[in-house]
Design a protein around this ligand. Structure first.
Ligand code: ADP
Ligand code: G6P
Length: 355
């Protein structure tokens, strides 16, 4: 199938392993678009789709071609491309991009079965989130912007323990075993997609505490591709320079281990990128305004919008560190990209009408 499309819908890809913060990121993103509107709703109780005024988020698990039993029988994991229907994914993402509604399957996470399909109408912005948004070249080519959430093994482990042990009663051994079991397929099929991402949020253990293995304090990098038409990277102080900044002083309250920012040019999978890094966490979220005032090219609509968004969702995981900050910034950048694309299409339509 050819997947080239005459675009009507802006399509965003968000890739990450499960349990790595995709839904939190989606909540921050839809909030940037949503303004005062209500929070996104599910299509139906078993649907994985989130629908708001502007944005529809579909979960790529819905394109599993093998259900839980089928995977078990064939001995493949959900991460294996053989358990996923990329032809259908390509066909349906293309249709939505061209403004055509589709009947999308639903993978039921409770039963592990494929439920009857649901009708998805073309939104203004379509987000495809899941394990493989950039795996298939045809689907990848449909994306107007792509993001990869790269959670290091140490941090993934810490988050999984927190969730599966504290909330679901799993044992430490079983959590370790399930991470180990996923690792070969993760390395083969999921991780390589980060080379295609326009922005990568990389989450690592802190360097501020020697030998930290708690995974509570994080070092987070925002890796932004240079030279894209509708996306220009955020910078700290001076575009293109290499900068290290410890803002803890008179203006920012920093208890141990403090906060350290870095910024500079780099290469990532042979692409030119800018990297902004934050190690450590905020003591007081309202003081983020001080950091915001030193960042440029944020695509905010007013001074303080980043801080306002972060304060609005202070209860989301990662709000006191670089994960929340960079997710918010990417949300603003996607809004900007969307507005640029819409403006270009309107200008093109005016030109076309003149002829
Ligand atoms: P996904 O949608 O990728 O499965 P979620 O956004 O639901 O991931 O997050 C899964 C869990 O991971 C959360 O409940 C939380 O425990 C942990 N988590 C996610 N993002 C962060 C973060 N930025 N900081 C700390 N923990 C996080
Ligand atoms: C979904 C998730 C996968 C997870 C799978 C469970 O597809 O995206 O990350 O592994 O469900 O599959 P299982 O075969 O264990 O039911």
């Amino acid at each position: 199938i050819s997947c080239s499309a005459e675009a009507k819908t802006v399509v965003i890809g968000l890739a990450a392993d499960s349990g790595c913060g995709k839904s939190t990121f989606m909540r921050r993103l839809t909030s940037v678009f949503g303004g005062a509107a209500e929070p996104p709703k599910r299509g139906n109780p078993d649907s994985n789709t989130l629908i708001s005024d502007t944005t529809t988020v579909i979960c790529l698990d819905d394109y599993h071609s093998l259900d839980r039993t089928g995977r078990k029988e064939k001995g493949v994991t959900a991460l294996d491309p053989r358990a996923n229907d990329f032809d259908l994914m390509c066909e349906q993402v293309k249709a939505l991009k061209e403004g055509v509604a589709v009947d999308k399957p639903i993978y039921n996470h409770v039963t592990g079965l494929l439920d009857p399909p649901e009708l998805i109408n073309p939104p203004k912005i379509l987000v495809i989130e899941g394990l493989h948004p950039m795996f298939d070249a045809r689907v990848r080519d449909l994306l107007d912007f792509s993001i990869y959430l790269d959670i290091s093994n140490e941090v993934k482990f810490a988050w999984k323990i927190q969730r599966d042990m504290a909330e679901r009663g799993h044992s430490l051994e079983s959590i370790k075993a399930s991470i180990e079991a996923r690792k070969p397929d993760f390395d083969a099929y999921i991780d390589p997609q980060k080379q295609y991402a326009d922005a990568v949020i990389e989450v690592l253990p802190t360097r501020l505490i020697p030998d930290d293995n708690e995974g509570k304090v994080l070092r987070v990098k925002l890796i932004m591709k240079e030279g894209l038409k509708h996306f220009s990277p955020v910078y700290l102080f001076d575009e293109g320079s290499t900068i290290s900044w410890i803002p803890c002083g008179r203006k920012l309250t920093c208890s141990y281990p403090g906060i350290q920012f870095s910024y500079g040019p780099d290469t990532y999978y042979s692409n030119e990128v800018s990297v902004l890094e934050m190690d450590g966490q905020f003591d007081r979220l309202d003081e983020l305004i001080y950091v915001e005032s030193h960042l440029s090219n944020l695509s905010t609509k007013f001074y303080g919008e980043v801080t306002q968004q972060m304060l609005k969702h202070a209860d989301f995981p990662g709000s006191n560190n670089g994960t929340g900050l960079f997710q918010t910034i990417i949300g603003l950048k996607i809004r900007d990209l969307y507005e640029q694309i819409v403006a270009e299409r309107a200008a093109a339509a005016v030109e076309a009408a003149k002829v």
